[in-house]
Structures are given as structure tokens and as C-alpha cells.
Design a protein around this ligand. Sequence first.
Ligand SMILES: Nc1ncnc2c1ncn2[C@@H]1O[C@H](COP(=O)(O)OP(=O)(O)OP(=O)(O)O)[C@@H](O)[C@H]1O
Ligand SMILES: [Mg+2]
Length: 282
Amino acid sequence: MSTIISIRNLHKRFGHLEVLKGIDLELQKGEVMVVIGPSGGGKSTMLRCINHLEKYEKGEIYFKDVLLHEKRVNMNEYRMKMGMVFQQFNLFPHRTVIDNLMLSPLKVKKMDPAEVKEKALNLLKRIGLSEKASAYPINLSGGQQQRVAISRALMMDPELMLFDEPTSALDPELVGEVLEVMKQLAREGMTMIVVTHEMGFAREVGHRMILIDDGLIVEEATPTDFFQNPKSERTKSFCGRFYRKSSRSVYRGAPAFCFVYPENREHDEPRADEGPYGDLFF
Ligand SMILES: Nc1ncnc2c1ncn2[C@@H]1O[C@H](COP(=O)(O)OP(=O)(O)OP(=O)(O)O)[C@@H](O)[C@H]1O
Ligand SMILES: [Mg+2]
């Protein structure tokens, strides 16, 4: 196995607010890591530090053997190796779908236009959006826009994909089509760090899960151990509260999973006959 990303003792603060308090992480080639945790815990900040959209005060981030913050490193070169997909799709609104895909390879990589176009059309075909090549983002559904955003990142042949809650801005019925593209990528062996609370996804394609709370990794485990045998009390209480909240949305047909608690359950304790967080449905 080869290590793609190695993070050591990463600290990041915004003014007086210490957001990351010593993150240590290793990601192997082909690995899918799912990151969960409460709002404000530092998940997005960690992703943004990895591709140096944020500077950090202390610690090291290596891409393979390269220490990224060293002066001699051309960070733009390394950013190309890391595709990033955000909650808000961030497509260029005044450009067509195919132009969105072609822009970076043409401008940044100076690739041959015919080759780039062929690659873009192939990617659009793969995500089932060939007929939208000439459309503008505003005329696409949220799910379609996010699939285009993923394809746009793939145009640069990244070695690592970073996803920051890619489905959380979508209407529930559009979540599945985006997750399907991500699952396909995972199955093809893409190395991925995915901030998401879609636990069906985590269980199906995740190799490892981490919970980030208050700037620290408080749990790291395989999805199976994470759900069935969490070590930290923080994981248990976060998941308990989180699942109870999401169990309501299943009635809108939303997520691919849900923990159902009795309506009148007053506290987080599970019954003796259920898993640590309730009855799990995927
Ligand atoms: N540019 C910034 N300037 C100042 N504070 C920031 C900035 N970006 C993030 N923060 C603060 O850093 C903390 C961590 O934010 P971050 O966005 O990493 O959390 P998160 O775990 O991704 O949360 P969420 O689940 O809500 O997306 C929060 O308190 C946030 O307000
Ligand atoms: Mg975030």
C-alpha cells in the first residue's frame, strides 16, 4: 500500500479560535475515508488545509512524500492532483456544462482542445448527462449540477478526491444520483475523503470512518466497528442524537438509512434488544 496523504499534528486557528487542535491522519491509495462530526468541529477546515485553501500554523501535510508547505513546492501543481467538490456546486454560471468541464484542462494544463473535448464528452456520457453538454448550470437540477461538478474535478485526473458534504444542499430525491456517481468512483479505486452524513454510503463503500469534534479526531474505525462498537462516548452520543434527528426525515423518503426511535424516547439509551443507537435500516 502507498500513502497518499499523511497529516501530522495539524493545528489551525482563526484569530483566537483554535479550530484544529492536532489532527493526525494517514490515507492510503484507493482508500475511502468518511468524515462525520458536529457542525463547527473542523471537518471543512481540515479538507481546506489538505489542499492549502487554508494556511495552518503548525503541523505537516504530506502528499505522498512531499511536504506541501515547503517553499519550493508549487502548490498549484498539487491542487490539480486533488479534486474538490463542495456542498454548493460552484459551477461557473455563465458557462455551459461542457465549458465548465473543459476550462481548467485548457487553461491550467494547456491540453489539446480536441482531446479535452473528447474527454469531457466521455465523462458526461458516464454520468448520463450527454444531452446537457450545451446547457447552462441554472437549467440543471441540483443533482445534475453536482454530478457535473464531480466530472469537472475528474477532468484533471486527480489522485485524490475531497468531498465536503456534496449532497447536503440537495433535495432528498436528488441525493441518490450523486451518491451513485461517488460510489462508482469508489469502486473504481479512487482515493477519497468524504465529509458526509450519508451513512448508507459510508457503510457501502467506506473503508474507514473518523469523527471530528472540537478540532480533534475522537474516533477512527471501520464503518462496521464505528456503528456497532464505538469506543468513545462522544461517538455514541453524537450518533444517538444525529440518528434520532435523521429518523424523522425518512418519512420524507430522504436518506438511504435511518435509525428509528420510538416517538416518546426521552434519552439516548438504547434498548437491550437494539444496536447502540436504535434499530438500523439501510
Ligand atoms: N474563514 C473563517 N474565519 C473564521 N472562522 C472560521 C472560518 N472558517 C471556519 N471558521 C470557524 O471554524 C470552526 C470550524 O469550522 P468548519 O467549517 O471547519 O466546521 P465543520 O465541521 O465543517 O462544520 P459544518 O458541519 O457546519 O460544515 C467554526 O467555528 C467556524 O465558525
Ligand atoms: Mg463544513
